[in-house]
Design a protein around this ligand. Sequence first.
Ligand code: FMN
Length: 164
Amino acid sequence: MEEIRIRYYSKTGNTKAVALNIASILNLNALSINEDDYNSSCGLLFLGGAPYANIMSSKLREYALNLKKENVKAVALFTTSNWSRRTVKALKKILKEKNIEVYDEYLYVHMLTVKNSFNKTKEFVEKILNKYNGEQNGKDSLIFKWWCCRSFLYEGCNFNNFII
Ligand SMILES: Cc1cc2nc3c(=O)[nH]c(=O)nc-3n(C[C@H](O)[C@H](O)[C@H](O)COP(=O)(O)O)c2cc1C
């Protein structure tokens, strides 16, 4: 499973440029949603798009609708536009309705500042990674706690139970 994936939809290149910055910060590749394989799973998905006449492209909408909860642990959104934040709001709604975890924090880059957005993007990526890693570690330790309780309840207090 890919731990981190970066996907975008971009007609004129602005969202792609931000996706490529995210990719260079993480030392990964960013792919257009047109090249994505829906069936493979990943941990954290960075997903970006933009509004055109106030709505996101139907391809991006379709991509979000086709994402499966079991194939993605969490989504971080990014968008570029002239003023509108509608794309992230609409994506959030779709993903939340599918019970996919989507972070409230998202990256907004104005279309005229894309070239100067590297530092802002880096800050965003670092925040998201901290959050995601914290959550994953938290989940691991919860599983560990559950396993300890189960051992105590069902197998008695035997330290051999704790040797994994
Ligand atoms: C046909 C068209 C319609 C647009 N409509 C909007 C809009 O309604 N609201 C807005 O904030 N930006 C609008 N924009 C600006 C784009 O959202 C912005 O340039 C964005 O960065 C484009 O992303 P892309 O280069 O990744 O395709 C529009 C741009 C185009 C070309």
